[in-house]
Design a protein around this ligand. Structure first.
Ligand code: CUA
Length: 421
């Protein structure tokens, strides 16, 4: 073997070893405390998964180092030109010399067939046990079920307090899934367009949201807290910006939050900035965003795609002073329901914090009262959302830009949104 080739083999071997060790160290250090880490679960299902991953990872690690160690040892033992003596018996072959060629070794072949078979059989038993445990939705028929709907590029949550997903939801919210801590919450995962995948890594594995199908899932958090998530199925341009948060509250706090979510919004008092903002909202935003008690979602996604009364085909209100027809409909199918926007910690597919300083130090139920609104991101978002979060080129997905809004219009819209608590 010539010197350059030998140097290349050395270098690449060292790179592989160093790279492997670096990956393992960086992986452990970076992910353990990361908000999206599965290695530090805080819920029943997350723990079931970790209990499966950890021993398999250890076994796989041992196998990895044994095999790689054997490869390196054999390579070293039988390398060419390792010694001047060149006695073929103990390695150190000359360049033109071949070791004794053998064919087959029954004992070795049986061993390296049986050992992996046993390992995989044992792992598959534990895997099946874990899979069945994850599918075990302990919530009973009458318990609350949350229908989770993925849509390019945000999540909708429809709360069915009686567990009946065939009837209209009791209330609808977006991006932040609020649950009581300590209990299993049944989820019913769906999609309105393409395949997404719902994943709160600290609480459970991922479950695909597939159009036309309904996937049962369950989520549980041991303690109150906010746990971040990420869509994990590539779903278009802004897939990376399709985030979500699971918020676990104490049962008493959850009841308080739930009761508030079921209230409708009131129109702002005449003559205020918020009232002017409501006027703008009604003309520009209400064709996609529902606000319970103020806007209507009637016929919005009609079978023939015709706009509802009072709306033009561009989704703009042109029905004069009458305003949209009020209905009980809570779901527009087009964009998040904003009835209680100010009670959420994030917006725009959870990519922006709604309150400065992440608001994590403020109790969740106090966000609207104590938080300092992240006005910069909110105003920029309203004015030109696609600049912050790319939408499809044809403009049919994602929030569109509103270049016609003046800074004053936007201030007014924010004043109106600020009333939605
Ligand atoms: Cu939704 Cu990726």
């Amino acid at each position: 073997m010539n010197k350059r080739l030998r140097a290349l083999v050395w270098l690449s071997s060292l790179l592989v070893i160093a790279g492997t060790i670096a990956l393992i160290v960086v992986g452990i250090v970076v992910t353990d405390d990361h908000p999206l880490s599965t290695l530090s679960p805080v819920g029943r299902q997350g723990r079931d998964i970790a209990r499966l991953i950890n021993p398999i990872f250890i076994v796989a690690g041992v196998v990895f180092f044994l095999v790689q160690g054997a490869v390196l040892a054999l390579w070293w033992r039988y390398r060419v030109g390792g010694s001047e003596s060149g006695d073929g018996e103990h390695g150190f072959y000359e360049d033109d010399e071949f070791p004794d060629q053998i064919h087959g070794n029954d004992r070795l072949e049986i061993a390296w067939t049986i050992i992996p078979t046993i390992l995989l059989a044992v792992i598959s038993v534990f895997t099946l046990v874990a899979l069945f445990a994850l599918d075990d939705v302990e919530a009973s028929e009458e318990d609350m079920v949350v229908t989770v709907i993925g849509q390019q590029w945000w999540w909708e949550y429809q709360y069915h307090l009686d567990g009946n997903t065939d009837s209209p939801p009791d209330f609808v919210t977006a991006n932040e899934l609020v649950i009581p801590a300590g209990v299993d919450v049944a989820l019913d995962i769906k999609s309105r367009d393409v395949i997404h995948s719902y994943w709160i890594p600290k609480l459970n594995g991922k479950r695909d949201a597939v159009p036309g199908r309904s996937h049962d899932w369950v989520i549980q958090a041991d303690n109150p807290g906010r746990y971040r998530g990420q869509c994990t199925e590539f779903c278009g341009l802004s897939h990376g910006y399709m985030k979500m948060v699971a918020v676990a509250l104490t049962p008493a706090e959850f009841a308080q939050w739930r009761d508030n979510q079921m209230t409708a919004a009131d129109a702002p008092a005449e003559g205020t900035a918020a009232a002017a903002g409501w006027d703008t909202f009604r003309q520009q935003c209400a064709s996609c965003h529902v606000i319970n008690g103020l806007t209507s979602a009637a016929n919005r996604d009609g079978p023939d795609d015709s706009p509802p009364d009072g709306w033009d085909i561009y989704g703009e209100f042109n029905g004069g002073d009458a305003g949209p027809v009020l209905t009980e409909e809570l779901v527009a199918g087009a964009a998040p329901n904003l009835t209680h926007l100010m009670t959420r910690g994030t917006f725009a597919g959870s990519i922006f914090d709604l309150y400065l300083g992440a608001g994590d130090h403020i109790p969740y139920l106090e966000l609207a009262n104590q938080g300092t609104l992240n006005r910069g991101d909110l105003e920029a978002w309203i004015y030109n959302a696609p600049e912050r979060k790319p939408a499809d080129a044809d403009g049919k997905r994602g929030m569109r830009a509103f270049p016609s809004l003046s800074p004053e219009d936007i201030d007014n819209v924010v004043a109106f949104l600020s009333t939605l608590d």
